[in-house]
Design a protein. Structure first.
Lengths: 106, 625
């Protein structure tokens, strides 16, 4: 019992420690990347329980700022194969267990 | 209930027409209702056979009908038939026109006409063709004449254009929890590493910024340019360096062979005398006007040596340079540092062979770090930080002090021997000794006793006894001092008549040291005895003297007349074994000489900025038994 309790505590600690956003792959220009990252972090924190709303928020804001047809996937375990416009892809981890993939393709 | 009145409204709306038709709009991306719905309801439709009279078909038919009617009447009376046929045709036509709206009449007429045409056709065969004058259009209110015209429309042309599709790339990946975890773990490790590196770097970068602010703009621009250039060249620098060395080796092949293998066989016949075989000559274009003021070998890389450039002439002081050559590349130096004032002396640190202490003509001392890419010194003393007021003649590294800080000593004409410690980012100075010239206390105003200071020109620390060192002065005295006593000397030697140019302890004999001076003499002393053990008169001012690292009895001296003298006390106590012109140019003076710690090579610096390397012949290299 003590072990599992400790295990849980470690997990939450780890999640807290690793709450920083970690970019895995991107080919966006500097300012776009920074904005997109901040947007993702805000959205994921706001809708921590609901991936769909977070994704919706991110997609709408990106459409407004950078032009139409962005696609957003947020989840903890998925595989993907996408076609994206060059210099419009961001793939990052956040919060220790979430992965966010944002790309533009009309 | 029966009396209830029902109102019935008669509207023109079609009850069967739907009221809520919706159409999909692609523009909006949604369904939108259609406002107006067609209310027309068709009850009966039938395709009729009526053709307008003026159309092609109508005219053809009327011709046919007119001609057949005429032929039919010709049977009986020709003329009358013509007229009557004309009349009948007219009548027919009139009737035709009158009854256009009447379907029945039209039908009759039509039935009539086909009948007549058939009869006409049969009659045609027998009778001649009827006259064709009957076509007369009667103008009445029902006869319309149509006129139309049309402007010339430009022909239509199709043009199409398509923009290039935005470039797209594919990307795929899978998200697993363990991938996320691993990525975060790695990132944390990197962050910790970078934090550790940051701590010392932050200080170094801060200090560098301060130094840069103090420097002139020129210096700053140079460093930034250097960094840019080095970025591009970095990729091939190593290859280029090797190539350069190989090319040099090929060019100077014979010298390299001599250096390695040549042993002067004629030494056997020379009766103990030896020779110096000239090897490479090192020169660098920018040091043409400068004299070699100091040379020193690197303790770690036995082929690397540093030469300091400056000027001994009081009137002609300019900038200085610090150049490092390697014997592997005689045509171009490895490192070049330039400075604002002439370099007077330099010393490599024994344990940190990348650190060099340098003393300048303007009294500043600096420490250069060869590992850093900048051409500026890592540390430099300034007027505020206790620099000397006179040229610094010699610097020497000491063992690390108790706090493990690097420190070195410097001696200068202002009579101070100062110890400099590299504390974090700065050079901290401590006056060790002030050389007071004894017997020259003067009576200043108001009865003060002024001490005039002697001018130190060279010093050397004992190899084993750490605190013991010797200082040679411009007055020709040599003081034996200790680091512990700051005002008193342990001993004074009345050594020379003129300034002592160099003092040096014997590396093997712990009590013996050698000194040379501009009064043409080289003297060997035992530090316990006041008078010299040996005195050599070289008939010309001696610039420098050095002990050899391989033998306790061999030393070399170089004189102003470009000659090098090598002595071996074991063999000949009174005369030099070799007395040779080493620097050929006219108006040149040899300034310094140094033995290579490993190879049997000496390097001699001269006033024209050249460094000549020479190999010692076997007779000069005899090791004592």
């Amino acid at each position: 019992m003590a072990d599992t309790g400790e295990g849980k505590k470690e997990e939450t600690d780890y999640k807290r420690l690793h709450s920083f956003p970690l970019i895995r792959h991107t080919d966006m220009p500097e300012e776009m990347r920074v904005e997109a990252m901040e947007l993702c972090v805000t959205a994921c924190e706001k809708y921590a329980t609901n991936n769909e709303s977070a994704a919706k928020m991110i997609k709408e804001m990106m459409d407004k700022k950078f032009g139409s047809s962005w696609h957003v996937v947020i989840g903890e375990g998925f595989g993907f194969e996408i076609t994206h416009e060059v210099k419009n892809l961001l793939y990052m981890f956040f919060g220790g267990s979430l992965a966010v993939c944002v790309w533009k393709c009309s | 209930e029966l009396k209830e009145e029902f109102t019935r409204i008669l509207t023109a709306n079609n009850p069967h027409a739907p009221q809520n038709i919706v159409r999909y709009s692609f523009k909006k991306g949604a369904y939108k209702p259609v406002g107006y719905v067609d209310q027309m309801a068709v009850h009966f439709s039938m395709n009729g056979n009526m053709i307008p009279k003026d159309s092609d078909e109508g005219r053809r038919q009327s011709i046919r009908s007119g001609s057949s009617a005429g032929r039919h009447n010709d049977f009986q009376i020709e003329k009358a038939s013509v007229e009557s046929s004309a009349v009948t045709s007219e009548e027919a036509e009139i009737k035709d026109e009158e009854s256009t709206g009447d379907t029945k009449a039209a039908e009759e007429k039509e039935t009539e006409e086909p009948g007549t045409t058939e009869a006409a056709e049969t009659a045609e065969v027998e009778e001649p063709p009827p006259p064709k004058v009957k076509e007369q259009k009667l103008a009445n209110q029902f006869n319309f004449i149509e006129r139309a015209s049309r402007t010339l429309n430009n022909p239509m042309r199709e043009r199409a254009c398509q923009s290039e599709p935005t470039p797209c790339k594919d990307f795929s990946d899978t998200v697993y929890q363990w991938k996320i975890y691993d990525a975060y773990m790695e990132e944390l490790k990197e962050m910790e590493k970078s934090k550790e590196k940051e701590k010392p770097k932050a200080q170094v970068s801060k200090r560098q910024e301060e130094k840069k602010e103090k420097k002139k703009k020129k210096g700053r621009k140079l460093t930034s340019l250097e960094i840019q250039v080095s970025d591009d060249m970095n990729k091939i620098s190593r290859a280029a360096k090797l190539m350069e060395r190989m090319v040099n080796q090929n060019t100077f092949d014979d010298i390299a062979q001599d250096f390695k293998y040549f042993e002067d066989v004629s030494d056997e016949y020379r009766n103990q005398q030896g020779t110096l075989l000239p090897l490479w000559k090192f020169k660098y274009g920018k040091t043409k006007r400068l004299a070699v003021t100091a040379i020193s070998w690197n303790p770690k890389y036995k082929d690397l040596f540093a030469a300091g450039y400056g000027s001994y002439d009081f009137m002609k002081q300019g900038e200085g340079m610090l150049v490092l050559y390697t014997m592997k590349n005689p045509s171009f130096p490895e490192y070049v540092f330039s400075s604002e004032s002439g370099v007077m002396c330099l010393d490599f640190h024994n344990d940190h062979p990348n650190l060099m202490a340098v003393g300048f003509y303007d009294g500043t001392v600096a420490v250069y770090n060869l590992k850093k890419a900048t051409s500026q010194p890592s540390y430099k003393s300034g007027a505020k930080t206790g620099k000397h007021t006179e040229p610094v003649w010699q610097v020497k590294w000491q063992k690390d002090d108790m706090d493990n800080n690097l420190n070195f000593f410097s001696v200068s004409s202002d009579g101070r021997i100062v110890s400099w410690t590299l504390v974090k980012n700065e050079l901290v100075h401590t006056d060790v000794i002030k050389l007071s010239a004894k017997g020259t206390t003067m009576q200043g105003p108001e009865g003060l006793q002024l001490q005039t200071f002697g001018c130190g020109t060279s010093f050397d620390f004992h190899k084993k006894i750490d605190w013991l060192f010797l200082v040679g002065t411009e007055e020709g005295k040599i003081y034996k001092c200790s680091k512990c006593y700051s005002s008193q000397f342990l001993d004074v030697f009345e050594a020379h008549q003129m300034a002592v140019d160099s003092v040096s302890w014997n590396p093997y004999h712990l009590k013996v040291f050698i000194s040379c001076s501009s009064d043409w003499t080289v003297k060997i002393w035992d530090h316990t005895i006041k008078t010299p053990m040996f005195v050599y008169d070289l008939k010309c001012a001696v610039g420098d003297v050095a002990w050899s690292p391989y033998s306790s009895t061999v030393f070399a001296a170089v004189t102003i007349d470009c000659k090098a003298h090598v002595f071996d006390l074991n063999i000949n106590k009174y005369e030099s074994l070799c007395n040779q012109l080493v620097v050929v140019r006219k108006k040149n003076k040899a300034t310094h000489i140094q033995f290579n710690p490993v190879y049997p090579v000496v390097i001699v610096g001269d006033e024209h900025g050249h460094v000549t390397s020479l190999k010692l012949s076997p007779n000069l290299r005899k090791m004592p038994k």
